[in-house]
Structure formats: C-alpha cells, structure tokens
Write a protein that binds this ligand. Structure first.
Ligand SMILES: [Zn+2]
Length: 144
C-alpha cells in the first residue's frame, strides 16, 4: 500500500498520534482516497478506527487517515458510501484551505450511543464527540 502524498503521521498536540499536511490544500481538494478493510454485521472487529458506512457495513481505515484526530472545528471531512457492488468507499476532502504543517482533523460525528467526551480544544468544542443532531440528547442523558 503506497503512502498518501501530502499527509504525514506525527505525535499530535490534540491526542496521541495525528496527521499533518505536508503541503497546502485548497478548500474542496481531494486529500485521500481512503484505503480500508470491510467488516459486515455479525463479524467482530476493532471499531476504534472504523468508519460506519451503514448500520451493517463498516470500513476500517488502514492508511494514514486512520490516525486523523477529531475536531469540533475540523478542517477536513470524509465523504463515504457504497459503490454499485456494495463495496464501501471513503474519501477525505479539505473542508477549507489547509496550510502545510497544519494538523488535519475531521468531525467524527458519532451517533448518540457511541458519544465520547471531547477535548479537542477548539473554540467551538461541543464537549462531546457526537453528531450535531444528537448533541442535545447526549447532554440530557450524560451531562454537558
Ligand atoms: Zn471538541
């Protein structure tokens, strides 16, 4: 598996490992066509670095994108889906201009049942890693 150019795994100031841009990206740029392994409902897998494509299909990222941290003010986003053969795909896009040296982040948007405390440190931090529409429910159940 070749390394994706423009992305480097480093120790992160946010959490554990992270990924920095090694060149500038413009808003909307395709940053990575993500390499992953497919897992289907009923199989066991380590879901730590897994994208949930549908309720029944997950995609375990196996390239540098695996190490991208969450941020509530992310500078990148992941677009994902199933192709016509039912195979998952996922692509990383620049959400805004990203300068070389900046840490790359995306919003994990976990569903309420998988919500985790957030300490991303961004000014707009929601205090929970959860998708926007589930935030109020998580705060009501588990605290602000
Ligand atoms: Zn946050």
């Amino acid at each position: 598996m070749p390394l994706i150019p423009g992305l480097r795994v480093v120790r992160s100031s946010v959490h554990g490992y992270g990924v920095v841009a090694t060149r500038d990206f413009a808003e909307g740029d395709l940053m990575a066509d993500i390499e992953g392994v497919t897992w289907r409902e009923g199989e066991w897998w380590d879901d730590t670095y897994t994208l949930r494509i549908t309720d029944a299909v997950s995609f375990d990222m196996v390239d540098q994108t695996r190490w991208i941290n969450h941020s509530c003010s992310a500078n990148a986003e992941i677009d994902l889906g199933l192709d016509e053969h039912g195979q998952p795909w996922a692509k990383l896009y620049a959400w805004r201009d990203i300068a070389a040296g900046e840490e790359v982040t995306y919003d994990y948007e976990f569903p309420a049942e998988l919500a985790e405390r957030c300490s991303c440190g961004s000014p707009g931090c929601r205090k929970w890693i959860v998708r926007e529409e589930d935030l109020a429910r998580v705060v009501a159940m588990r605290g602000a």
